[in-house]
Design a protein around this ligand. Structure first.
Ligand SMILES: NC(=O)c1ccc[n+]([C@@H]2O[C@H](COP(=O)([O-])OP(=O)(O)OC[C@H]3O[C@@H](n4cnc5c(N)ncnc54)[C@H](OP(=O)(O)O)[C@@H]3O)[C@@H](O)[C@H]2O)c1
Length: 247
């Protein structure tokens, strides 16, 4: 299939988990992919997997929370790839703690990565998107941004804010043919959730009608849906992909 033939996609947090699955699903659909992650090693590994699928790939080690680094990376990306059609703001972290014990560092790290990171990358590509009168922005939020979670006030705040950001960007850019949507995954099998102990996993599964965690591909396929040409009339939406947990 070639639903994304010759599109160029930038995927942040592409080194592992959901971001890696998005990069590979996009490549399978014909897109060239810029793989951004914190570490050179992980972004390079996934870029090599994209190339094995016959698409072009670029690996970038960029801290999404570093505004100057993102601006400079965005310039390089536009020069090297020639254009960008799709941006997936996926890089994210957790620093769980009860509010009473949460440090300023835990709060700042989560907000700076999950929210400011998306601001940095979205702003960096807004001008080119507006100029070319097309562009797809896909922000990976979370069901936790919709329903909250004890021990994750920083994470929930970052994801709820990302949803508000998505809707505002959607309104600003709609007249220029640029869409912005969010995906709110439920619990997905990645390194992020591998740290949960058995008891917590069982408690989560009791709340999931499908009685299973999602796979990174479940989210990647939704990202493909939001990136492809025929869904271009959809903007400012939040798609929940969670086995029925929040409905
Ligand atoms: N897993 C879930 O259940 C779940 C549920 C809802 C939402 N989400 C969201 O989905 C997204 C991906 O989650 P995941 O589970 O795939 O996470 P993951 O397996 O922990 O991978 C996170 C990715 O983000 C990158 N990253 C982290 N901080 C970064 C920074 N400051 N700059 C650049 N890259 C950074 C990491 O880079 P390196 O590889 O170089 O370390 C890694 O590639 C996150 O936004 C997360 O909040 C996940």
């Amino acid at each position: 299939m070639s639903l994304l033939n010759d599109k160029v996609a930038v995927v942040t947090g592409a080194g592992r988990g959901i971001g890696r699955a998005v990069a590979i699903a996009f490549a399978r659909m014909g897109a060239d992919v810029v793989c951004v992650s914190r570490t050179e090693e992980n972004s390079a590994k996934v870029a090599a997997e994209v190339e094995e699928l016959g698409r072009k790939a670029w690996a970038k080690a960029v801290d999404v929370s570093d505004t100057a680094a993102v601006e400079s990376a965005a310039k390089d990306i536009l020069e090297q790839a020639g254009k960008v059609d799709i941006l997936v703001n996926n890089a994210g972290v957790t620093r769980d703690n009860l509010l009473m014990r949460m440090s300023e560092e835990e709060w700042d790290t989560v907000l700076n990565t999950n929210l400011k990171g998306a601001f940095n990358f979205t702003k960096a590509f807004t001008r080119p998107f507006m100029k070319q009168r097309s562009g797809r922005i896909i922000n990976i939020a979370s069901v936790i941004g919709l329903i909250g979670n004890a021990g994750q006030s920083n994470y929930a705040a970052s994801k709820a804010a990302l949803i508000g950001f998505t809707k505002s960007v959607a309104k600003e850019l709609a007249p220029r043919g640029v869409t912005a949507n969010a995906i709110a995954p439920g619990f997905i099998e990645t390194d992020m959730t591998a740290v949960l102990d058995e008891k917590v996993r069982d408690a989560i599964l009791e709340r999931v009608p499908m009685s299973r965690f999602g796979s990174p591909d479940d989210i990647a396929h939704t990202a493909v849906f939001l990136a492809m040409e025929p869904t271009g009339y959809m903007t400012g939406q939040v798609l929940t992909v969670d086995g029925g947990m929040v409905m």
